[in-house]
Design a protein around this ligand. Structure first.
Ligand SMILES: [Fe+2]
Length: 311
């Protein structure tokens, strides 16, 4: 009964907050654009091959012209030192933290901030014994802290560098874990349009794109990351779609995400003429990924730990 009442009141909170989202507009000229964009998938569920470690979390390294953003910091499920994130980055020749100009945390959930212990302490880490982040600016959606980083709680859409923006945190309500605020990273790519990088997609991609449409009058070229659509049980592992179906979908446990939700998102993205799409396997099942691959074919972006895409 407690969860049910809290869920209902949380859904009202989501609606109210979405209504209040300020209708700021950012002119594309003011945002600026980048000429080159490479996204390296450091952590996601599947690895590209055996050299890399996959886990049910997210960490992507976004290189936009000469600026490097680390988007989320993975799960480090086994609390390893060095973490899968640091090991995968090393295999790819990335020098952390020197090649990180800023960090963006999508939301304060364990699979995006380096584990449960960090969630409990409202912090994040790249590894068990964390790196010295040397005062790097970190944009977080809710109150968090870190001993060596400059943590900024982001409340508005923020241009962090020419052509690169963090959205304001949008609301979501999960039946068991409660209220969530999640922000996304957006890069304005010259001659193409907006590239939208999503952590878990609790805020719903539809809400996010409707918000962006009001914010920046530019077409969305690509959407990649978590969309939170574990429409089937698919992989029968403890962490991954079976658990995601119960935790964190924004839908009540008696009505988990289903095939119709997948169809709806595909139709929505097609209507918005989104050219390229990539779905994270950390919070969606193989059925969902297969459906998006079938629709986008050569324009589908594989998201696997150790892989990269140049847009
Ligand atoms: Fe997630």
């Amino acid at each position: 009964m407690f969860f049910y009442l809290r869920y209902k009141s949380g859904l009202r909170w989501v609606d109210k907050r979405l209504e209040k989202v300020p209708e700021t507009r950012i002119a594309p000229d003011f945002l600026g654009e980048v000429r080159k964009l490479k996204i390296t998938f450091l952590i996601d569920y599947y690895p590209v091959d055996k050299r890399f470690q996959g886990e049910p979390g997210v960490s992507y390294y976004v290189k936009a012209d000469r600026y490097g953003v680390l988007f989320d910091t993975g799960f480090n499920v086994k609390n390893k030192e060095p973490s899968p994130l640091v090991q995968n980055a090393k295999l790819l020749g990335l020098k952390f933290p020197d090649e990180i100009d800023s960090i963006v945390i999508s939301h304060m959930h364990l699979d995006h901030i380096g584990g449960m212990k960090n969630q409990l302490k409202r912090t994040f880490s790249l590894s068990k014994n964390d790196l010295d982040l040397k005062g790097i600016t970190v944009f977080v959606p809710v109150r968090m802290s870190h001993p060596t980083a400059d943590v900024v709680i982001n409340k508005t859409p923020t241009i962090i560098e020419r052509g690169i923006l963090v959205t304001e945190p949008l609301p979501a309500m999960d039946y068991f874990t409660g209220k969530i605020l999640e922000q996304a990273l957006v890069v304005n790519l010259k001659g193409k349009g907006l590239v939208v990088i999503v952590g878990c997609g609790h805020q719903k991609v539809q809400n996010l794109l409707n918000y962006l449409e009001k914010l920046i009058p530019s077409p969305v070229y690509a959407v990649l990351g978590g969309v939170h659509l574990p429409a089937t049980r698919s992989r029968r592992c403890g962490i991954g779609p079976p658990m995601q179906r119960i935790l964190g979908t924004g839908k009540p446990p008696w009505n988990p995400p289903n095939r119709k939700d997948v169809e709806e998102l595909i139709s929505f993205l097609k209507e918005k003429k989104v050219v390229k799409v990539g779905i994270s396997a950390h919070d969606s099942c193989d059925y969902t990924i297969g459906k998006f691959k079938d629709e986008w074919k050569d324009n589908y972006i594989e998201i696997k730990a150790g892989g990269e895409v140049i847009l």
